[in-house]
Design a protein around this ligand. Sequence first.
Ligand code: MG
Length: 384
Amino acid sequence: MRRVALLGSTGSIGTNTLDVLQGLSDRFDVVSLSAGRNLDLLCEQAMRFRPRRVCVSGDAQEAAFRLKPLEIEVLDGPEGLLDLATDPDVDLVVNGLVAGVGLRPTLAAVQAGKDVAIANKETLVVAGRIVTELAAQQGVKLVPLDSELTPLWQSLQGTPGQDVKRILLPASGGPFFDSSLDQMARVTPRQALNHPTWKMGPKITVDSATLMNKGFEVIEAHWFLGLPVSKIDVVIHRQSIVHCLIEFVDGGLTAHLSTPDMRLPIQQALTHPEKLCTRVCPLDLTQVGELSFYPPDFERFPCLALSYEAVKAGGTAPAVLNAANEIGVYAFLEGRIGFLDVPGVVRRALDAHGNGFGLDLEAVFEADRWGREKAGEIVRRLER
Ligand code: MG
């Protein structure tokens, strides 16, 4: 039995992970869950999975009251998350937390010798070097939980790096694939939240619309797979059927295809190298008919170029990329700036960043604070 702590259990990764774990209940034991403010769903999950502990970021007293009959210990806040991540009774931490709260629990889990399955993009974007070096030192496994990165990671296990010419990360292109710059300038939050394939939280849905999400995946792929950024390309693929492509030096190309369903990559990540049955609908290519691929448009989607720029610059540039983007996305969602201002905010913050903070964790946190402050100033100037 592998004992699992699931952080972020009420989000889209969390609910899909629980669905997978339910089907694998003979192999995995859900020891703990953490949730933000969705107490109703957390209690429902606690009833089904009977974890020993839960952590909430909202009303811990209310949670303790409601979970008392189940004898579940209730923790709260960032300290509680660290407790779950370092619990001696846990073998695997699944990190489905949203945004910046994901980094510290990942580091704590790795430090405590746990394997970590990571859906939280920000973790590797802002601190890829620190997290991967620590994992290598501790001899723990870091596994990506993502529709593109998980099959890539799985396909590349045991493949010598020199055999790989490049990898291609497919992007759906988001809701504005066809839109002109003019139209994109007038996009409303509601339009941006309408993703063609995946149902996700608002932050990541906007990141998908700007292609920042794909830029983050480029950075994650670099760290998870140990590939130079020059070997990582993005291709627009509207159907979301092909989830990754690997081009080998001999000219051959391998692709991973499936019905778009997060439960498949989650199960792949959890049971690798074994392949077990899932409830994922098999793919009928005759129903799909056609698969199309286009080069990405870096001009209409500058977030992609900014991501490459930041990871090439190294140091704390990716931390600033992430921080400025988060501020920009929330300002857009609040109607304070336009859709195309989001990459504008990131651009200006990156330009102002001297990359002189250093390379350690403190430098990452300092760059994060600086990036948020800088982006906040830029947003206020744009608002006027
Ligand atoms: Mg993805």
